[in-house]
Write a protein that binds this ligand. Structure first.
Ligand code: SAM
Length: 330
């Protein structure tokens, strides 16, 4: 019998699993959290670490080779470092990384390094302290920046800085962020705002990648960077003379669904084949009823089979997805 693999109906091999280990977050970013009160999962509703590890081992047997830990904010969950250490010991994983808002990075960077993580993404949408507070609801810019610099000093590489570009909010900060690449080897990744769930922002905040490029053109020409094996969806570029890189994630204006290789595991134990579709498969229920690994394998395969060819979200039809970004993990 050939080994089952996560290949969807359109022949895409799904090798990348993004895992949200908590729905809780210590920031309230305008583009992420809902307008209304945030419903929180009860502790018992959140997958336990040993449950996540079991699911990861199954995923790896099915061909998952790349994992990103996200949230909510992953660093607010107790015991994340021991979990990361265990995860790092699973054979067959070629790439393991973490996405954080960076507020607790300085406090935990040693533990993260000790757990074997060397690649991090930090969300930072502006270099202006006041603006940071306006976007995130917290005056934590200095903490995040210190965390990033410390990570650099400790040899984390690459350090990717995720910037959600927001028309009329941080569009005048985008060139400053891109300019960082002249002084630091950071990868600045401009992400198009995705209006999903019951987010606080309206669609006119969306800034397409072409428009972002126009905003940073004053810094010089963007030369494309060659793609690498574990590249994500970003189109990568470099400014002449820069140490770092600039990437654009144009999920709406030029979606990259045809090359999407991702599955997402939510903190509540649901496997989602597409960030921008509400379809999900419950793994926690069967897992807690004591199901066999073979049953979980079938649920992984079913999820892969149901991966849509492409998402249907557009600025003309923005309300198609009710899931919240903070709950899914981005
Ligand atoms: N708390 C962590 C953080 O802030 O990086 C991890 C979770 S966050 C949901 C993961 C990523 O999703 C972040 O880089 C964030 O900027 C991005 N994100 C959240 N809401 C978004 C939205 N509506 N559109 C585009 N990106 C979004």
């Amino acid at each position: 019998m050939p080994k089952p693999e996560l290949i969807d109906r359109y022949n895409r091999r799904l090798t990348y699993l993004r895992i949200s280990i908590t729905d809780r977050c210590n920031l309230r970013c305008l583009y992420c959290v809902p307008r209304d009160a945030i419903p929180k999962l009860r502790h018992t509703e959140v997958l336990r670490y040993e449950e996540i590890l079991r699911l990861i081992r199954i995923g790896v047997c099915l061909g998952i080779s790349k994992i990103r830990i996200t949230g909510g904010e992953p660093l607010v969950r107790k015991g994340f470092d021991a979990f990361l250490s265990e995860l790092n010991q699973i054979e067959g994983l070629a790439d393991l990384s973490l996405t954080t808002n960076g507020v607790l990075l300085e406090d935990h960077i040693e533990k993260i390094r000790f757990a074997g993580i060397r690649r991090i993404n930090v969300s930072l949408d502006t270099l202006n302290r006041k603006k940071y507070e306006q976007i995130t609801g917290h005056d934590s810019f200095e903490k995040v920046w210190k965390g990033i610099r410390l990570a650099q000093d400790m040899g984390f590489d690459p350090i990717k800085i995720n910037v959600v570009a927001l028309n009329g909010i941080n569009d005048d900060d985008l060139a400053d962020l891109a300019e960082l690449t002249f002084s630091y080897p950071f990868h600045i990744r401009f992400i198009e705002y995705m209006p999903i769930g019951n987010a606080c922002l309206t669609c006119n905040r969306h800034l397409p990648a072409d428009e972002i490029k126009t905003r940073i053109r004053c810094l010089g020409n963007l030369t494309p960077v060659k793609k690498e094996a574990y590249d994500g969806p970003a189109d990568r570029y470099q400014l002449e003379g820069a140490k770092g890189e600039i990437g654009f994630i144009s999920a709406i204006s030029q979606h990259f669904c045809h090359r999407c290789n991702r599955l997402r595991l939510t903190a509540s134990g649901h496997l989602r084949p597409c960030l921008l579709s509400d379809f999900q498969v419950d793994l926690k229920g069967p897992l807690r009823k004591g199901c066999l690994d073979s049953e979980l394998v079938n649920l992984f395969l079913k999820t892969a089979h149901c991966k849509p060819y492409q998402h249907g979200l557009s600025m003309e039809h923005p309300t198609g997805v009710s899931g919240q970004m903070h709950a899914i993990g981005g």
